[in-house]
Design a protein around this ligand. Structure first.
Ligand SMILES: NC(=O)c1ccc[n+]([C@@H]2O[C@H](COP(=O)([O-])OP(=O)(O)OC[C@H]3O[C@@H](n4cnc5c(N)ncnc54)[C@H](O)[C@@H]3O)[C@@H](O)[C@H]2O)c1
Length: 401
């Protein structure tokens, strides 16, 4: 089966490499010439554990190729995956411009009966819009399919190769049997392929991300309350996470959710709901709680900062000096370094960390760790750190010195 994946970003690259790994001839197409030129030389635009090996191996064995010739990639395909970005529009809804542009290209250049799969995260009704855009130009039959992607950045290969489940929305037996054949190698351990209608598949992706975001905001608010009443949220987390009805995942309090998916997907779902006159009040509160949480970290850093200032003052006083030496936090320097700002552990995407950093930026005293490989003590010196008030490239700081 000839597979073409259009959009070679995070999702497209993982999908293309993993489908090639199971023996399919795959072409990954993208408009970004630099990205494609790099990929041809096995230079990946993202950091994702194990992905470089998959790309190099499948490229050398000629199952995986990269191109900017989107038309030619469509012409050879039996199955086309649309994996372009769906960024948030000004009103929070998903911007489908790239998806529809690709649909028109597919209609113009398809040369055989085709299964068209939306991999991008798209609102309910998008497959119908894609079908309409393809139909404007198509002379041959095609079948629509919605196959949302649940991979986690940082564990994307494992998530794709060994999924908990595969969700596939179809509107024909042909699409169903093609997709069942394609995914058979990934569900050999008995994990289910859940076939459903297309609108339900489109909704499933948003509902999944909305549920996870809800758990994060819920737990952050419980943590804030614990702090106030003298309870330890870590104990509370263990106490509730061991309940089989609740489970332990996504119950870790932190500075709020970010990354390229949760914020935009929650917004898009809230937007869809309000357009339909069915308000999602719980999710609206989830967003509100998340916004507030982003600022708490800096509140804490400021508190630490004033402790440092107080300890420094005490340091000038010989009598208080001994005590001050004990109190002075080790981070006693002009800037703080924050690690773990990527959207997920093991990933390198610091998108929307900007919002998280905004309060620090105002006084320009709180440094941050920029994009880079995963954060650990060994490679800390290689991270780009600096003063956020500067727009110049940040200097490298060796924290071990
Ligand atoms: N990143 C994730 O963890 C993740 C997980 C699940 C689902 N998703 C969803 O998958 C979709 C893609 O996400 P991503 O993170 O891979 O995006 P991305 O921005 O990393 O990649 C999108 C790619 O599409 C290319 N592109 C845009 N228009 C094109 C066109 N007309 N023809 C060819 N290429 C084109 C861009 O050049 C870019 O390389 C989004 O809808 C996202 O919400 C992402």
């Amino acid at each position: 089966m000839n597979i073409t994946v259009i959009g070679t970003g995070y999702v497209g690259l993982v999908v293309g490499a993993c489908l090639a790994e199971t023996g399919n001839p795959v072409v990954c197409a993208d408009l970004d010439q630099d990205k494609i030129e790099g990929l041809k030389r096995n230079v990946l635009p993202i950091y994702e554990p194990g992905l470089d090996d998959y790309v190099a191996r499948n490229q050398s064995q000629q199952r995986l190729t990269f191109t900017t010739d989107v038309a030619a990639a469509i012409a050879r395909a039996d199955v086309v995956f649309i994996a372009v970005g769906t960024p948030p529009d000004e009103d929070g809804s998903a911007d489908l411009r790239h998806v529809i542009a690709v649909a028109e290209q597919i209609g113009k250049h398809m040369r055989r009966e085709l299964v068209i799969v939306t991999k991008s995260t798209v609102p309910v009704g998008t497959a119908a819009k894609v079908a309409a855009a393809v139909s404007q130009h198509a002379r041959l039959p095609f079948h629509m399919c919605s196959n949302p992607e649940f991979l986690k950045e940082g564990a994307a290969i494992d998530d794709f190769m060994k999924p908990d489940r595969v969700v596939i929305g179809v509107d024909s037996d042909h699409a169903r049997s093609v997709m069942a054949e394609l995914y058979a190698p990934f569900v050999r351990t008995g994990k289910p392929i859940i076939f459903m209608d297309i609108p339900s598949a489109e909704m499933t992706k948003y509902a999944a991300n909305a549920m996870l975001a809800t758990r994060i905001s819920f737990m952050n608010e419980i943590a804030n309350l614990c702090e106030r009443v003298g309870a330890d949220v870590d104990n509370v987390r263990k106490g509730i996470g061991s309940d089989g009805r609740i489970g332990p995942a996504f119950l870790f309090p932190g500075p709020g959710y970010g990354g390229s998916c949760f914020p935009k997907d929650v917004k898009a779902l809230v937007r869809t709901a309000s357009e339909c006159g069915v308000p999602l009040r719980v999710l609206e509160s989830v967003e509100e709680a998340n916004e507030a949480q982003k600022h708490r970290l800096f509140g804490k850093l400021r508190e630490l900062d004033s402790q440092v200032a107080r300890a420094r003052r005490d340091f000038q006083n010989p009598i208080a000096r001994l005590d001050a030496r004990r109190k002075l936090p080790r981070q006693c320097s002009e800037s703080f370094v924050l690690g773990g700002l990527s959207g997920v552990p093991g990933g390198d995407e610091a998108l929307h960390a900007d919002a998280l950093l905004a309060p620090g930026r105002r006084d320009g005293r709180i440094g941050c760790v920029h994009r880079g490989p995963p954060f650990n003590k060994q490679n800390l010196s290689a991270w780009r750190c600096g003063n956020l008030s500067s727009r110049k490239p940040w200097p490298m700081i060796d924290m071990r010195a």
